[in-house]
Design a protein around this ligand. Structure first.
Ligand code: SAM
Length: 231
C-alpha cells in the first residue's frame, strides 16, 4: 500500500497514460499506478544502484516485468522523446526537481502532464514551469507523519494562466494553495514565518553590507506576503 503522500501523487496522474517516475526508489508509485489500471505502462528512473535494485525487485514481485521497466540513469536521460505522457518526480527538494527538468528538457517532448512533489522549495518549480511555458493546473498540500508535502501539477497544452497581478507572491506561495488554506498550508506558513523572522533578526544584528541589506529587503517582502496570507 502507498503512503498518503504517494497516494495523493497517484490521484493526479491522468487515466490511461504512459508514466515515467524519475527518482522512484522502490517503484511503489509506478507499480501501483499500473496495477490499478491508471497507467498502461511505466518507466522507472533511478540514479543510484540500491534503489534501482529495489525497484527491480518490486516490479518482479508485482508480476509487472515487461510492463514496468526500471532504467538506471540521471534524471530524464533514461527516456527517449515521446515515450511517455506523464512524468512524476516525488520526494525531493524543489531545486533538485527543477534541475532534473532543466537538464532533461529535450526529453519532455510529448509529455503532457508533470506531477511534481517537492518536500521543500516548491517555488523553484513554479518559476521553472512558468519560464518554460507549462501551465500550473492544480496544487495540493498535505501533512503526513508531521511533515508537510506539496504537489504541483502542470500541463503543457493548457493555455490558462494560474497567476493574477500578484504573480510574484503567487509564485512564492502557490496560486491554488492560496485559495484553499487548509491546516497543512497554515502549519507550513506559520513555520516559515518563524524561520524568516529568525533570519531577519540575524541579519539585523550582523554588520550590514550591501548584500545583507538586499537580503533583508527580500526577507522582509516574503514576511509581508506570509503575514498577508495567514491573516
Ligand atoms: N520518489 C520516491 C518517493 O517519493 O517516495 C523516492 C524518493 S527518494 C527520497 C529520492 C530518490 O531519487 C532516491 O532514490 C535517489 O537515488 C533518486 N535520485 C536523486 N537524484 C536523481 C536523479 N538525478 N536521477 C534519478 N534519480 C535520482
Amino acid at each position: 500500500n502507498l503512503s498518503k503522500r504517494l497516494k495523493r501523487v497517484f490521484d493526479y496522474i491522468p487515466e490511461g497514460t504512459k508514466l515515467a517516475d524519475i527518482g522512484s526508489d522502490h517503484a511503489y508509485l509506478p507499480c501501483y499506478a499500473v496495477l490499478n489500471k491508471r497507467c498502461t505502462s511505466a518507466i522507472v528512473g533511478e540514479i543510484t544502484e540500491g534503489p534501482y535494485n529495489s525497484a527491480r525487485s518490486t516490479i518482479r514481485q508485482s508480476g509487472l516485468e515487461g510492463i514496468v521497466e526500471a532504467r538506471m540513469g540521471d534524471g530524464l536521460e533514461v527516456l527517449v522523446p515521446n515515450e511517455v505522457d506523464v512524468i512524476t518526480i516525488a520526494g525531493m527538494g524543489g531545486s533538485l526537481i527543477s534541475s532534473i527538468l532543466e537538464k532533461g528538457k529535450e526529453k519532455l517532448q510529448g509529455v503532457e502532464t508533470l506531477v511534481l512533489q517537492p518536500n521543500i522549495g516548491a517555488h523553484h518549480i513554479r518559476n521553472w514551469l512558468d519560464y518554460e511555458g507549462y501551465s500550473l493546473v492544480e496544487e495540493d498540500i498535505l501533512e503526513e507523519d508531521g511533515k508537510i508535502y506539496e504537489i504541483l501539477v502542470a500541463s503543457k497544452s493548457n493555455p490558462n494562466s494560474a497567476y493574477s497581478e500578484k504573480k510574484e507572491m503567487e509564485l512564492f506561495i502557490g496560486p491554488y494553495l492560496l485559495k484553499n488554506k487548509n491546516d497543512a498550508f497554515k502549519k507550513k506558513w506559520e513555520h516559515e514565518k518563524n524561520n524568516f523572522e529568525r533570519i531577519l533578526t540575524q541579519l539585523e544584528s550582523a554588520k550590514q553590507t550591501e548584500e545583507s541589506v538586499q537580503k533583508m529587503k527580500e526577507v522582509d517582502q516574503k514576511l509581508e506576503w506570509i503575514k498577508e496570507v495567514l491573516s
